[in-house]
Design a binder for this molecule. Structure first.
Ligand code: SF4
Ligand code: SF4
Length: 441
């Protein structure tokens, strides 16, 4: 097993005291890791990309524990908006309160997606194709999902599924692992109280199309999860929703607590008691996830992975590393990066407003130089938590009131363990997967 080797690499990463020592350790580690993973039965390309993902996770864990201000690790969770627009107008959303938010419309181009994945795809364990837009409105979203799968990342989208143009076969063929469908009711009258402009009949037709496309392809993916945001006005429809979901072939039901949007529509109140629960309707097994993990074994992003492997973790500063600092920090700043359809880089899933400085950078496909995970604003935000320092580059993080979110990024360390569990042939035992997922520092 690669487990013992990874623990040894982790010990060496943790004990490095200078950039020069860390560079030497990482240089040897990636070669040794690749060789071990090949011995476990993987191809050279798969071994390269797995070595990067697993060593990067261990490196990120150490840098998070030390509250480093400048990271060598890359984000392991990527959130990408294929489209900065939506045809619905749910209360509280950037699309219904355009005057409050800074969210210009846009459509993600293949160029930008390709540039983003060449930077971060080899390190990513998961790519979520949504933040503040409807991903189905970009006809190229299935192509982008397929691109991420070719870096062996797991993929997820969240959608209203209330779109007239919907190519179900393309989504099944893309390799998409998981689709979260937001449907907060079973009748049009109740559903549209929150999903304004949504068409529930269309949503149900699109689910039928997806299930038929999966059957035609003989495939269990994407896993379909119905997300029901429980408000006072719709809670009575939950039992009917569970029945409809079961009949349609939806795999899971998630009854979730909504954000409070009563500031925007005072008639919408979250359900008064806790209804948060997940219900398995048509379960998918861990073996199924393993079968979908490497969906395109003969068509991986070989050149990009090779380049990432050769150039992994460039370390410019050879001197002493920041000493560890205890205390709170925001998990997003070490785990995830977010890109909207226009290439704006955000540190987290918070929506920028004209007064909140949350645009930390911009991905220019023609320019591979800037380090978009260590922009001056990233470093200033990390320094704010690590040292309490405030400098001229003043990101919104200093005034962040999204306090709960600081404790859990959308793609968190548990996703690393889940990812490793899907790898086949296996490379990590369950104790090592738990250790790598434990970031309680
Ligand atoms: S469906 Fe999602 S993106 Fe669209 S308006 Fe509603 S909350 Fe916003
Ligand atoms: S501190 Fe707040 S604004 Fe900054 S990255 Fe974390 S959640 Fe986002």
């Amino acid at each position: 097993m690669f487990s013992a080797k990874l623990r040894q690499i982790d010990a060496e990463i943790t004990s490095a005291r200078t950039g020069a020592e860390l560079a030497t350790t990482l240089g040897h580690a990636k070669l040794a890791a690749r060789d071990w993973i090949v011995q476990a039965g993987h191809s050279e390309t798969v071994a390269q990309v797995l070595a990067l993902k697993m060593i990067n996770a261990s490196l990120a864990r150490t840098e998070f524990a030390a509250r480093r201000i400048k990271t060598v690790s890359r984000p392991f969770g990527l959130l990408v908006d294929p489209c900065n627009a939506c045809t619905l107008a749910c209360p509280g959303c950037v699309h219904s309160r355009k005057n409050l938010f800074d969210w210009p419309k846009g459509m993600l181009s293949p160029h930008r997606m390709d540039a983003f994945l060449r930077r971060y795809g080899s390190y990513a364990v998961q790519v979520m194709f949504y933040n503040y837009g409807e991903p189905l409105l970009n006809p190229r979203t299935p192509e982008y999902i397929g691109m991420a799968k070719r870096f062996l990342a797991q993929t997820m989208i969240s959608t209203s599924l209330s779109t007239t143009r919907f190519d179900a076969d393309a989504y099944v063929a893309s390799g998409l692992d998981y689709m979260l469908i937001s449907i907060d009711g079973t009748t049009q009258t109740v559903y549209q109280r929150f999903r304004k402009n949504g068409d529930i009949k269309l949503v149900f037709q699109n689910i039928e199309k997806l299930v038929a496309a999966r059957d035609r392809a003989g495939c269990k993916f994407p896993v379909l999860a119905w997300q029901f945001l429980a408000f006072e006005h719709n809670r009575h429809e939950i039992p009917a929703a569970i029945q409809i979901a079961t009949d349609l072939g939806v795999n899971e039901m998630r009854i979730s607590e909504p954000f409070d949007v009563s500031w925007d529509d005072p008639s919408l109140l979250p359900a008064s008691d806790s209804l948060g629960q997940g219900i398995e309707l048509h379960p998918v097994t861990p073996d199924d996830y393993s079968r979908n993990w490497n969906r395109f074994p003969d068509d991986l992003a070989v050149n990009s992975i090779q380049q990432a492997f050769e150039g992994a973790w460039p370390i410019i500063e050879q001197g002493p590393l920041d000493p560890p600092t205890p205390g709170h920090t925001c998990q997003w700043l070490y785990m995830n990066t977010v890109m909207d359809a226009n290439g704006r880089i955000l540190p987290c899933a918070c929506a920028p407003t004209p007064r909140q400085n949350l645009v930390f950078g911009r991905l220019d496909p023609a320019n591979s130089a800037p380090d978009l995970f260590n922009t001056p604003l990233h470093q200033s935000a990390r320094a704010h938590f690590a040292t309490g320092l405030q400098d001229a580059a003043d990101p919104h993080c200093r005034n962040c009131d999204w306090l709960d979110a600081q404790h859990k990024a959308d793609i968190d360390p548990s996703h690393i363990g889940q990812y490793a569990a899907a790898v086949h042939p296996p490379i990590l035992d369950s104790a090592t997967r738990s250790w790598l997922s434990d970031w309680t520092f």
